[in-house]
Design a protein around this ligand. Structure first.
Ligand SMILES: [Zn+2]
Length: 219
């Protein structure tokens, strides 16, 4: 049998001869396989039922089987909000000794006080009774030490898109960024003047938290 892709002109000649014979034979149905387009989504109908399901659903079934905290109130028991980074190494609740139902956690790249964080804080404090905000940045953050220009150029190179209307909120050092975030939250006219806001740095290698901006309010 001839294998396409083998080297040598004799092989190539043999391949062409074989193909011509196949094409001329009326009894042979020739099926030509072409590479799948990279952009074409997988045809789910051809997958087995098991492979159509995301593995988190199986993990969730085991979780739900033992779940017994469905009666918790919507208001956080500790009247606390944590603003922190999306970094996968931060287990916010375990690292801060919190239980389910204790606090709101608002996460984004860098744990920065973006306008959308302010939006969530307004809802958290006004509707759901929270009275204290902890801004928690961390060591080895992917957003630190990168400039806005660098990030814009990165996206332009990858996607060819213009992100000049976006602010990535990158930063050069933790102390300056933490202070800016704490002050932005304290200065918001939409948040209570007696809202306590503080800044912390979490070390992803040691798991240790250290205070960097002491708790205070704008009042
Ligand atoms: Zn981070």
């Amino acid at each position: 049998m001839y294998t396409p892709g083998a080297s040598g002109s004799d092989d190539r000649r043999a391949w062409r001869r074989s193909l011509r014979l196949l094409l001329e034979d009326p009894d042979i149905l020739l099926i030509v396989a072409t590479p799948q387009s990279r952009t074409r989504p997988p045809r789910l109908a051809s997958l087995s039922p098991m492979t159509q399901e995301h593995p988190i659903l199986d993990a969730n079934r085991r979780f739900a089987d033992g779940f017994d905290q469905g009666a918790l109130p919507v208001r956080p028991a500790r009247q606390l909000v944590i603003v922190t980074c999306m970094d996968s190494r931060i287990d916010t609740f375990r690292a801060l000794g919190l239980e389910l139902g204790d606090a709101h956690v608002i996460r984004n790249a860098g744990g920065r006080a973006s306008d959308d964080v302010i939006r969530s804080l307004i809802i958290s404090t006004t509707l759901l009774g929270t009275r204290e905000v902890l801004v928690v940045h961390h060591t080895d953050c992917g957003l630190m030490g990168r400039s806005e220009e660098e990030l814009r150029a990165l996206v332009a190179g990858e996607r060819g898109s213009d992100t000049s209307d976006l602010e990535f909120l990158s930063f050069a050092d933790h102390q300056t960024a933490l202070r800016a975030d704490v002050e932005k939250i304290r200065a918001s006219p939409h948040l209570a003047p007696d809202l306590l806001v503080s800044g912390y740095l979490y070390d992803v290698h040691s798991g240790r938290l250290s205070e960097r901006v002491p708790a205070g309010s704008s009042s």
